[in-house]
Ligand binder design. Sequence first.
Ligand SMILES: [Cu+2]
Length: 376
Amino acid sequence: MKPMWGYSLWAQIGSAARARAEELALQQAMEASSFDLSSFLWKLVWLEVVLIVFLSIRMVQVVVRATGYDPFAQWDRDKANMRIWMLIGLSGILMAIWSAFHYADLYLPESASAHGVHIDRLRNFTVGFTFPAFVLVHLLLFYMIWRYYNGRSLAATYQETNHSLEKASLVAISIPVFIIAGWGIYVWNLPIHGQSPTSEQRTLQIEVVAEQFQWRVRYPGADGKLGRYHYKLIGGENVLGLDFTDPEAQDDILPSLKEIHLPVGALVTIQVRSKDVLHSLFLPHFRTHIYAVPGQRNQVMLVPTITTKEMRKKLRNPNFDYELACNQLCGGAHYNMRMKVIVETWEEYQKWLSTQKPAYTPQPSITKASTNSKTI
Ligand SMILES: [Cu+2]
């Protein structure tokens, strides 16, 4: 039977990803079964190290027992414990501070969506507030370990109750918690349903469908509406299960390229669903993330504010591209689930869309089909 709808490229991309996943699984199975001499020798080396440590301790014990001389009798155990704790704790905190600066290059660039600016602000506030507290509390913790380790004459003062201190600390802690929680409820609501278009703002509704291991994007046709679908209609060339009896579905557009085009400044609502397992739509540069759940239609909205061209200029990187990634380990070729996101002007978006074909092409009548069969 001839394919009814002309977008077999999607099917090809899908089968290529599946073939690659099978290839990888086979490779892994072969690697698991073959004998690797060097890794075997390394395991022997580690076993030897463990044995040497164990035997050394045992030897010391035997010597102590035989001679009655204990070299560790004079050791202050509490002091040793305190010093080990100080070493572990302080090196941990130093590493945390070091890594925050060392990996600063890997931080995301400024947010490219309207709500992302709010998310960044909230994040900066929270980190700005908690990081000094984190450092201070840990420094105090290790100071206390040093000051009051057992064996010192100092003893901590005991206080029965101190209501005013407890009240003060309760208030001091709850104020920032309330601010962060309340602000957070407002900010995290923005990408879900907290944004509505202004009077001049354009709106766009698209659909992104996840499957192992690719994304498919559906754009509305001239009517601006996405048509009906049903999972039972998925099959053959109808990869998204669109209901083509619905006129709104007939003009929907399914580009075959692995790209998403978004118009800058428009309020874009993305409907997300999955055809198989749990996936996750992650647009890090837009601070946007939502799960793609089988059997459920999720929704996320964003207003792209910086075009790809502008961001390339800002970052002085002519090769920069926004990215859509799957943020849920969904199977063998999970890494393959990424797409380029192109933010452009409304005119550029319209121009690009006009070059894409609708998902549905009316099936030619039998006589036409027979005469045109070579060209279809
Ligand atoms: Cu995935």
